[in-house]
Write a protein that binds this ligand. Structure first.
Ligand code: ADP
Ligand code: ASP
Ligand code: MG
Length: 402
């Protein structure tokens, strides 16, 4: 039996927590299981490293950022292996290079392509606990890459898939997936189970409890995930294909403040203009999310869209550089907005869910900037100062509390 256990930053933030994790993993080891541990950097170490870089340069290269950030995870895995050894259990730490976790070349946002399992298998065969760095990979230039913030979850799922693990547990500082971020919505309810699709939407829409790529991979390879607390024995939430309980109209709410709205005003109202705008952004590797195009007037039209806030400077530069070619008269930018979304498979067959959400926002006197929907979600763009109010109001309106 092989188990993959992933622990996030708060779970390994100090000596006591590291020993707590070590002891938890030794329990599995002593039951005869092969144990692979995936770790994040300790506490807020990744943020500390980012601040260090910002202090040195306004515009550090992404390659050097990844070189820097990967040290966070290297520190925690080495310390964990030492703790396990100190407790009398053989263990070895491995970084992405030593395992050989191959990724695409995109620094800061790489995707895992292939994981060599030989070294890990060899270490497990020697009855060692293997402690692997999360969040990092190696590209074709033999450089370190990172998988995007929160990416250690994805490392864990990818390892579980490659090693055909019998279980993949994601240990964190909350005891499962809730109907909304329990730090924002006090009466949020823990879910026993959630489907991959619903979890994928929640994660993509800002529920930071799981990295969205990890859910995508889990679905693709059929890896059943359990999200649970590293500090208690509480049961946690199972993320899997089919959920037996009756479908809720809305299963969860998510918010995302990493958003900027850009409006391109006075574009020529002719074919190819939208293509050029979004192609320019795509070439710069910038993800565009909600898109709204106005109806034409006087042969011009406006297009508004959202991008991740941390890509604002880059996006504005690309658009300003191409302003004339894009036939744009004015570019407006608002980075004090946020997305709030409701997700639920039950929406598909129940009309009126969006209306109920809008009514609830109206009752709370919250203005909606943009709207987008899919079969199982509704997203609104609102002022970021109103996120907490909106989430609590929507949570109440749909009766998601305990
Ligand atoms: P880790 O360092 O363990 O990876 P994260 O901070 O990445 O932990 O994720 C856990 C956090 O996710 C929680 O502390 C919680 O505030 C947040 N979160 C957001 N949405 C949800 C949700 N729907 N359910 C549970 N936690 C959520
Ligand atoms: N340490 C990385 C981060 O803070 C990866 C992770 O925690 O999953 O984003
Ligand atoms: Mg995380």
């Amino acid at each position: 039996m092989l188990v993959v256990k992933k622990f996030g930053g708060t779970s390994v933030a100090n000596k006591e927590r590291i020993y707590n994790v070590a002891n938890r993993c030794i329990k599995d080891y002593k039951e005869g299981k092969d144990v692979v541990i995936v770790l994040s950097a300790m506490g807020k170490q990744t943020d500390v490293l980012i601040d260090l870089a910002k202090d040195i340069s306004d515009n550090p290269s992404k390659r050097e950022m990844d070189m820097l950030l990967t040290t966070g995870e290297q520190t925690s895995v080495a310390l964990m292996a030492m703790a396990l050894n100190a407790l009398g259990v053989p263990a070895v730490s491995l970084n992405a290079f030593q395992v050989a976790m191959h990724t695409t070349s995109a620094y800061s946002n790489a995707r895992l392509k292939r994981i060599d399992t030989e070294r890990i298998r060899h270490e497990l065969d020697q009855r060692r606990i293997v402690v692997v760095t999360g969040f990092q990979g190696v590209n074709k230039y033999d450089d370190f890459t990172t998988l995007g913030r929160g990416g250690s979850d994805t490392t864990a799922v990818a390892l579980a898939a490659s090693l055909h693990a019998d279980s993949c547990e994601i240990f964190t500082d909350v005891d499962g997936v809730y109907t909304a971020d329990p730090r924002v919505v006090k009466n949020a309810r823990k879910m026993k189970e959630i489907t991959y699709d619903e979890m994928l939407d929640l994660a993509t829409l800002g529920a930071g409890v799981l990295h969205n790529r990890s859910v995508e991979l889990a679905k693709k390879y059929g890896v059943q995930l359990v999200v649970r607390s590293s500090l208690t024995e509480a049961e946690g939430t199972v993320v899997k294909e089919v959920v037996k309980v009756e479908r809720m109209l809305v299963s969860g709410i998510a918010a995302d403040k990493n958003v900027t709205r850009i409006s391109m005003i006075g574009l020529a109202d002719k074919p190819g203009v939208a293509f050029r705008v979004f192609d320019a952004l795509a070439q710069a590797n910038i993800n565009v999310d909600m898109i709204l195009q106005s109806i034409g007037r006087d042969n011009t039209k406006d297009i508004s869209f959202t991008i991740p806030r941390d890509a604002t400077d880059e996006a504005l530069k690309v658009l300003e550089d191409n302003k004339e070619r894009l036939t744009c008269q004015e570019i407006k930018c608002k980075d004090t907005v946020a997305k709030v979304s409701i997700v639920g498979a039950g929406m598909m067959s129940n009309p009126g869910v969006a209306a109920k959400m809008f009514e609830c926002l109206f009752n709370s006197n919250i203005n909606i900037n943009m709207i987008s929907t899919s079969e199982i979600r509704v997203t609104v763009l609102i002022d970021e100062t109103e996120v907490e109010k909106a989430m609590n109001a929507i949570h109440d309106a749909f009766g998601l509390e305990d």
